[in-house]
Ligand binder design. Structure first.
Ligand code: G6P
Length: 600
């Protein structure tokens, strides 16, 4: 799996493919390759463990043609190597594939028994041979027949020198987007690869196949029924995919948060009724009144933001709410209740476990809302209704602005549900004013970057850190620990402050520092006594809250206490980022992690 880009049109495909692949580099990869149909109808393929820029520079001047396909690979089946890199070739056919073919071994054995000699160890090559050896006269039919034999997930793009005017793409569990140009067409696994050329896109659905020519495209299902697609327009422009002078996308995205939060709020606060308007909810007030429970689902930071969201809904709307990792939920044969509102959270809108949880819920008749950043993504399309974050593309693997915008959208949802239930107009106004103050207050926190960076450098020398928080501070502690682990590789564990005595206190000593989330709220006294317990055991504590509680302290501006979990993590993002920079890590692409996990 990783990145796919494809082109059909009058231009030479090669520079378009290499530029597209460069745009997908942020997802991480270990090898790259391209294949084009040459002017004389031959298949030209180059692939290797090189970086995309090296691959492009290494191409001979005569390496030109089109249509073409390109790929960046992150090894799943078979080690990273030149032969395992995509495209894979079978006769006149070349293919790039994201996803995992689960019955590859079985299919490979059959093909080998028929005399096929494999060049690589990949599951993807199986698919190339199934297509290449098909007796079908149309490439679309050959692809369809091949896909009917595979079990697993895929996003693919295929070219065939026997059909020089077209390419075929298909999707099942791994995203494929078509880009519509002027007498030229593109396909990619991520709009990042397309935005330089076109803003008009079409997202393929699972089980859908597209035959793409320079002058248009045709989509159909695996059983050959034609489907109709409405193009959508990508919001982001090319600059959003550029680090624009920042050393890392993560830092750029942290600094984009005042603007991202403004976009999440824009047009959504109602000054007359002190509530929030969310256009895409598909939930009228009567239905909203009948909700007895809210269950939020997501993975990683989306799950932690979902926990913040569940707390906000319970606190402001007084509806019982909780969050659960989407992957746990889908595997435990959950009871789906008619009066529960399910909310799926995802930045990419493509996370496989979250998508599968949504599909399971819909199958059982559950009502699901999406809180999603990527417009038109699979999760957004699967849900009954939803709210977009409008955070713009997030490139760094570690989520920052999408995390914050998700919390803001949940505050809006909680305000909306609260004002339908029992939240008073005065409290509605108080929360709305608090929300309006967020962008300015985030800027105040960002202005403390140098001081936070200094603290991060000091604490980065420890091997481990404990993050503690209570109630609203608990998901903040979890997200703070997650950020530090992800980018700095410093071990970090989050614990509810109330649980300290029940285990982790045994670890406290000079070698294990704690980061204590202590806002000035109704739990301040409780938190101060926890602080005392740690200090009595000579543990070093860095506090984060509204006042300095010692020498090592980060102080943030005060807002309404319900909104503390939106502001507190901003400081922890800067802390994790600067710890990672101090330790010399690849901040935007942490080892072993992917931005969007489209496999199980
Ligand atoms: C991966 C990323 C995380 C992200 C999670 C969920 O694990 O590394 O940063 O929080 O996926 O992604 P989503 O796109 O669904 O929000």
């Amino acid at each position: 799996m990783c990145g796919i880009v494809a082109y059909v049109g009058p231009r030479d495909a090669v520079p378009i493919l290499t530029e597209g692949l460069a745009r997908l580099e942020y997802r991480g990869y270990d090898s790259a390759g391209i294949a084009v149909v040459g002017r004389s109808g031959d298949l030209r393929v180059r692939k290797s463990r090189m970086r995309v820029a090296e691959l492009a520079a290494d191409l001979p001047a005569r390496f030109k043609g089109g249509p073409g396909i390109g790929h960046t690979r992150w090894a799943t089946h078979g080690e990273p190597s030149d032969v395992n890199a995509h495209p894979h070739v079978s006769g006149s056919v070349a293919l790039v594939h994201n996803g995992i073919i689960e019955n590859a071994d079985e299919l490979r054995a059959k093909l080998e028994a028929d005399g096929v000699v494999f060049a690589s160890e990949t599951d993807s090559e199986v698919l190339a041979h199934l297509i290449g050896r098909s007796a079908a006269t149309e490439l679309e039919d050959a692809v369809r027949q091949a896909l009917s034999q595979v079990v697993g997930t895929y996003g693919i793009a295929v070219v065939d020198t026997r059909h020089p005017g077209l390419l075929v793409a298909a999707r099942n569990g791994s995203p494929v987007v078509l880009g519509i140009g002027q007498k030229e067409m593109f396909a990619a696994s991520d709009v990042a690869a397309l935005v330089r050329y076109t803003r008009q896109v079409v997202h393929l659905d699972d089980g859908e196949l597209a035959t793409v020519r320079a002058d248009g495209f045709r989509t159909s299902t695996l059983d050959a029924r034609t489907t109709r697609k409405e193009p959508s327009v990508i919001e982001a422009d090319d600059a959003a995919y550029d680090a624009e002078g920042y050393a890392h996308f993560m830092r750029k995205e942290i600094h984009e948060q005042p603007a991202a939060v403004e976009r999440a709020l824009r047009g959504r606060l109602d000054g007359r009724f002190h509530t929030a308007h969310l256009g895409g909810l598909a939930l009228d007030p009567r239905e909203a009144r009948e909700i007895r429970r809210v269950k939020v689902l997501g993975c990683g930071s989306a799950y932690y933001a979902g926990q913040v969201g569940a707390q906000l809904i319970e606190e402001l709307a007084r509806i019982p709410a909780d969050a659960e990792p989407a992957s746990e939920f889908r595997y435990r044969n959950p009871v789906v209740e008619a009066d529960t509102l399910y909310v799926a959270v995802s930045q990419s809108g493509e996370t496989y476990d979250t998508l599968a949880a949504v599909q399971e819920l819909r199958r059982k008749g559950g009502r699901v809302l999406g809180v999603v950043n990527a417009v038109g993504s699979a999760i957004a399309r699967e849900c009954d209704g939803g709210v977009y974050l409008h955070a713009g593309p997030e490139i760094a693997v570690a989520s920052t602005k999408a995390y914050t915008s998700t919390s803001v959208v949940f505050a809006l949802l909680a305000l909306h549900l609260g004002r339908i239930h029992d939240l008073s107009p005065a409290d509605g106004r108080r929360i709305a004013e608090g929300l309006r103050a967020l962008p300015g207050q985030i800027t105040e926190i960002l202005d403390q970057e140098d001081r936070i960076a200094g603290l991060a450098r000091e604490f980065a020398d420890y091997r481990s850190m404990l993050f503690i928080g209570r109630v609203r501070g608990w998901p903040v502690a979890r997200e703070g620990a997650q950020k530090l682990k992800e980018v700095s590789y410093v071990h970090a564990e989050a614990y509810p402050a109330s649980e300290l005595k029940h285990g982790p206190l045994a670890l406290i000593g000079p070698e294990l520092p704690a980061l204590a989330i202590i806002p000035d709220d109704e739990l301040l006294d409780k938190n101060l006594s926890t602080l005392g317990e740690i200090r009595a055991r000579h543990g070093r504590v860095l506090t984060l809250g509204h006042r300095a509680l010692g020498d090592d302290a980060i102080v943030i501006p005060k807002n309404e206490r319900e909104l503390d979990p939106i502001l507190l993590p901003i400081a922890l993002q800067l802390f994790a980022y600067h710890a990672a920079v101090a330790l010399g890590h690849d901040v935007d692409k942490p080892r072993n992690l992917a931005k969007s996990v489209t496999v199980e």
